[in-house]
Design a protein around this ligand. Sequence first.
Ligand code: SAM
Length: 238
Amino acid sequence: MSYQMPDGAEKYEFVQSRFSAIAQKYDLFNDLITQGFHRHWKNLVVQKTGLAPGDQALDICCGTGDITERLAKAVGSKGKAIGLDFSFGMLEVARSRKGLSKTPLVQGDAMNLPFASETFDALTVGYGLRNLVDLSQGLEEVYRVLKPGGRFVCLDLGKVTLPVVKQVFQFYFFQVVPRIGKILYPKEDMFDYFPQSSVDYPGPESLKKMLEKAGFRQVEYQSYHFGGSVIHRAVKLK
Ligand SMILES: C[S@@+](CC[C@H](N)C(=O)[O-])C[C@H]1O[C@@H](n2cnc3c(N)ncnc32)[C@H](O)[C@@H]1O
């Protein structure tokens, strides 16, 4: 039985509505499926931005604000961090976080960012890019709103290539992860979408090339958990 992936406008509406539907338990879901490792990777993301107090930072596809909150700490009260997501439900959870009480959380589309060009010192995204209907357009927008010298750091699933490990990971993502999701939200088909969205998402080398095509330089990436998780860092040169 194969899962039918939504496409184009259908994907946009599916992603927006289904993330709102699972927002209340999304953080718990993330903790369960990564055994808490996503928190460690998100700390690394913020470290890799090189942000300093007083800087301007944007977290796109911010969801419940896990990375946004870390950015807000990094830039301090003299700087500004902003979270952006198109899901009202996810933003509502983000707004309830104490650490985000003074942080602007904007409802908007990552493929058409409502910010002037060259605004941010760093931009982050966690598990967001593979949900975009048009990834190239999203990367062009990221490039546009970064200041010259600005850094883009992206956390997402990678590709496991080691033979036996690959089979274990595939079993975990396609069989175990959807079941964990359905324990939290029975009948929710979002949890079949999750593993499938990682299949269609480019591997680390392909994403590196796409980032370079969008104009980024000094593109590098680190893989974790046998390649199951990847962090890309890219710079918009001065
Ligand atoms: C898997 S969640 C990631 C949440 C958070 N960044 C994290 O790391 O936990 C993906 C988020 O991307 C958002 N998203 C997907 N497509 C988007 C778009 N075109 N514009 C804005 N947000 C989008 C979804 O609403 C969802 O909150």
